[in-house]
Structure formats: structure tokens, C-alpha cells
Design a protein around this ligand. Structure first.
Ligand code: ARG
Length: 459
């Protein structure tokens, strides 16, 4: 027991040793130290401007805080569990360094508004990093989409062959999912970037503080409106967590497709060796570990969202110690989301696809059946009748084990005399995709135009 507790005044007995370790958060909240110090420097600057500290006191506090930061940066700082959390560790190191002036820093604030400020500063930075990592992945997708704008593959519904599409179009669907994720995070940041400092413990403070000034110093959009709400709510963290869960859900869906497509049965794509691992007993194996792990991590990120919602739901105003439990799920969400995005952005450009296997798979499932029906409609056949005609033609193909384009003109005319020899134009895969030529359609021309617009949106 070396470090005297900063709140020990009213206590006659020392904290139970286990309780001390049980209630401490320094082991995980030390990662907030830069934000804690940044907030303290702004707070001290504001206190001096408002005449609550002298300029000399302010300067000695700021110099001392910078020295503490340097020691932590250099790994020369000893964190103390007895001092409970990052806030009290930093403050007591400051006082050890500069003497009694250090004790003046905590004027007009509380750890309750301090911790809320630290998390918001942290999240603001992380949201920016995550958004730029999403953007890097989107750029990788555009690269693949450009390369594969004309590559035919089967499009699925119910995982059954539906209609021919282009691989570029499929990849651009992923791009769109991520574009909404990036937007959502930017929107979330509007509610993150609000300053709680000055709410003090719960009701505000009796000192003549200038919260607008502190908000400006810290680059917050504004000071929060209500002190009780400021120290207690973590909805901004929950909202981030929900946005993170959606990104992971998207990555997980992409993972699922990459895993299926790289199987021997599909063999549509090959993942680069550097993103796969082998099996210790089956020499032939090359496993898609990266997408599998990302799909797996999605579960824990969803779990953190539910954890945070549950953490908040029973709390009366204002601050409760429950909120200390927000950090580990939040940090874990940030770390795993960033890791998953990074590995995807690195892995995606190195995907190669087998044009031939994709084409053969498209040929197998009567993917141009809808094109034949549309052809008959253009020749004046009512759609329902056309549907029936094509159904019969497909049944014949199943019997003969061939594709619609393998039937002879005679055989086709046996089903409908509206069919002429121009029918073979629409039964080709290229003809099929090229015909879906409108915004949002799979025609290579449209995919290329979508890529152009996407680049402009990324800026
Ligand atoms: N470690 C605490 C947290 O993470 C800091 C705030 C503690 N405030 C208090 N009154 N005990 O929430």
C-alpha cells in the first residue's frame, strides 16, 4: 500500500484487497491515457482563462501532464491498481511531479464527466480510423469490380441459380453495403462529438467555468445540454456498437460467399495462399481461415451490442459504476472491427476468379430461362403463357441433360411458334447480362458506370 487514495478522506478502514482489484479499471482503461491528458490540458487552460487557476499554475500543470504522457509513451510509467483507474493514476503522477499545484487540476470536474469525455475523444478518433479502413476496402472492391465487370457468373436466389450476372456487379453490391456503413459511422459521430466536461459529478459546478471554450479547445461540435444526461448516458457507444455490428454482419456475409466460392465444388475463386492455412493431417487442404474467422468474430461483436444495451437498461440517473463495464466491450469491438476490415482490404485485391468455372456454372442452371420468357413477351405472348412455354422447354433440357441454348430451333418451335432463329441471341450469357441495361442493372456497361459514380462518392 504505497499510493494514498485520492478519495480516502472520509474512510477509516482501508479497502478490502480483493475489492480494490475487483473495482479497479486501470488494467483496461489505461489505453485512454492520451485522451485523459488531452482533456486535462484543455480543462486547465479553461480554468486559467476563467480566473480559477493562475497562469503559472496552468503552465506547471500542462508541463507536468506532458511529462507524464512522455513517460507513459516510453513505457516508463508504473500503473497502480490501488489508484483504481487511468484518471487517478495520471493525476497522482502529476502531483508527484509538480507538487500541490497538481491537486488543483480536479477543480470543477469529476471523474464522471472526465471518463465520458475520454471515451468520446477516443471514439471520435477510432470512428475516423474505421471509416478510412472501410474506404480502403471499398477501393479494393472497385479494383476487382473493374477487372471483372464483364465476367459472367450465376446470380442466385435461395442459393439456386437464378439469372446470369457479372462478377463485377456482385462485388459492387458489397461496395454499396459498406458505403451505408461508412455513412452510418459518420452520422454516429455527430452524437459522439459532444462535450460532457463541466457536468462534473452530476449537477454541474459552482465555479465560473466556460464550457464552450473547453469544447472548442477539444474540437467538440458543442457542449452537452444536460449535466445528468452527460455523465450517465452511453447511447453514443451503443449506437457505435450497432453500426459496428452492421459492418461485421456485412463482412460475415461476404465471408460466407468467399468460403463457398473457394470450395472445390464451386471453384469460382482462389484466395491467395497468404490468407489461408493448411491442415495438420490432410495434406491437400487449403482453408479459408480469414473469412471464417471474420464470420466467427461477428458473433462476439453482436454480443457486445447486446451487452451494452443490457448494461444501460436498468440504470437510474445519473452516473453509476455499472458504466465502467462499457469499456472492454467497446475496445474489443473497435479492435476486432479494425482487424477484420484491415485483413479484408488486404485480401480482396489478391482474389483470382475462374472465368471458366463461373461460366460453366451459369450454363448449368437454365439461367437464361427468364430471357427466353421475356423474348416471347416481346413477340406478343402473354407473360403467363411465356412462363409455361419456357417451363416445358426447361423440362425437355432436364430430360436431355442439356442447356436451353443447346435445343434446336425445331425443338424450341415445338413449344411456341412465336420463336424464330433470333432466339439464340437472347440465350447467350453475354446477351442476357447486356440486356439488363439500366441504372442498377448487371450489364457490364452499367457496372462500369456504377464504378465511376462510386469513385466519385469515395472522393
Ligand atoms: N473508472 C470509472 C469508469 O470507468 C471512472 C469514473 C468513476 N467515477 C466514480 N464516481 N467512481 O466509469
Amino acid at each position: 500500500m504505497s499510493d494514498k487514495k485520492l478519495w480516502s478522506g472520509r474512510f477509516n478502514e482501508p479497502t478490502d484487497a480483493f475489492v480494490e482489484a475487483f473495482t479497479a479499471s486501470v488494467e483496461f482503461d489505461q489505453r485512454l491515457y492520451r485522451y485523459d491528458i488531452q482533456g486535462s490540458i484543455a480543462h486547465a487552460t479553461m480554468l486559467a482563462k476563467s480566473g480559477i487557476l493562475t497562469e503559472a499554475e496552468r503552465d506547471s500543470i500542462i508541463d507536468g501532464l506532458k511529462r507524464v504522457e512522455q513517460r507513459i509513451d516510453a513505457g516508463e510509467f508504473e500503473w497502480s491498481v490501488e489508484l483504481e483507474d487511468v484518471h487517478m493514476n495520471v493525476e497522482s503522477a502529476l502531483t508527484a511531479d509538480i507538487g500541490d499545484n497538481g491537486k488543483k487540476l480536479h477543480t470543477g470536474r469529476s471523474r464522471n464527466d472526465q471518463v465520458a469525455t475520454d471515451i468520446r475523444l477516443y471514439m471520435r478518433d477510432e470512428i475516423e480510423l474505421i471509416r478510412s479502413e472501410i474506404k480502403r476496402l471499398q477501393e479494393a472492391l472497385l479494383e476487382v469490380a473493374e477487372r471483372e465487370a464483364g465476367t459472367i457468373m450465376p446470380g442466385f436466389t435461395h442459393l439456386q441459380t437464378a439469372q446470369p450476372i457479372t462478377f463485377g456487379h456482385h462485388v459492387m453490391a458489397w461496395f454499396e453495403m459498406l458505403e451505408r456503413d461508412r455513412e452510418r459511422l459518420a452520422d454516429c459521430n455527430k452524437r459522439v462529438n459532444v462535450m460532457p466536461l463541466g457536468a462534473a459529478a452530476l449537477a454541474g459546478t459552482t465555479y465560473p467555468i466556460d464550457r464552450h471554450y473547453t469544447a472548442e479547445l477539444l474540437g467538440f461540435d458543442r457542449a452537452s445540454e444536460n449535466s445528468l444526461d452527460s455523465v450517465s448516458d452511453r447511447d453514443f457507444a451503443i449506437e457505435f456498437s450497432a453500426a459496428a455490428a452492421l459492418v461485421m454482419m456485412h463482412l460475415s456475409r461476404m465471408s460466407e460467399e468467399l468460403i463457398i466460392w473457394s470450395s472445390a465444388q464451386f471453384a469460382f475463386i482462389t484466395l491467395s495462399d497468404s490468407f489461408c492455412t493448411g491442415s495438420s493431417i490432410m495434406p491437400q487442404k487449403k482453408n479459408p481461415d480469414v473469412p471464417e474467422l471474420v464470420r466467427g468474430k461477428t458473433g462476439r461483436i453482436f454480443g457486445h451490442l447486446v451487452g451494452l444495451l443490457t448494461l444501460m437498461k436498468g440504470q437510474p440517473l445519473a452516473y453509476n459504476k455499472d458504466n465502467q463495464e462499457d469499456k472492454e466491450p467497446l475496445f474489443d469491438t473497435v479492435d476486432n472491427l479494425k482487424g477484420s476490415l484491415k485483413v479484408f482490404a488486404d485480401m480482396i485485391p489478391a482474389i483470382t476468379c475462374s472465368e471458366q468455372n463461373m461460366r460453366e456454372a451459369t450454363m448449368e442452371g437454365f439461367a437464361t430461362a427468364t430471357d427466353l420468357a421475356d423474348y416471347l413477351v416481346r413477340k406478343g405472348t402473354p407473360f403467363r403463357d411465356a412462363h409455361e412455354v419456357v417451363g416445358k422447354a426447361v423440362a425437355l433440357c432436364v430430360e436431355k441433360e442439356c442447356d436451353l441454348s443447346d435445343l434446336t430451333l425445331n425443338e424450341l418451335q415445338g413449344f411456341s411458334n412465336a420463336i424464330a432463329d433470333d432466339v439464340f441471341d437472347v440465350l447467350t450469357l453475354e446477351g442476357s447480362v447486356a440486356a439488363r441495361n439500366h441504372i442498377g442493372g448487371t450489364a457490364p456497361e452499367q457496372v462500369r458506370a456504377a464504378i465511376q459514380r462510386a469513385r466519385a462518392r469515395l472522393g
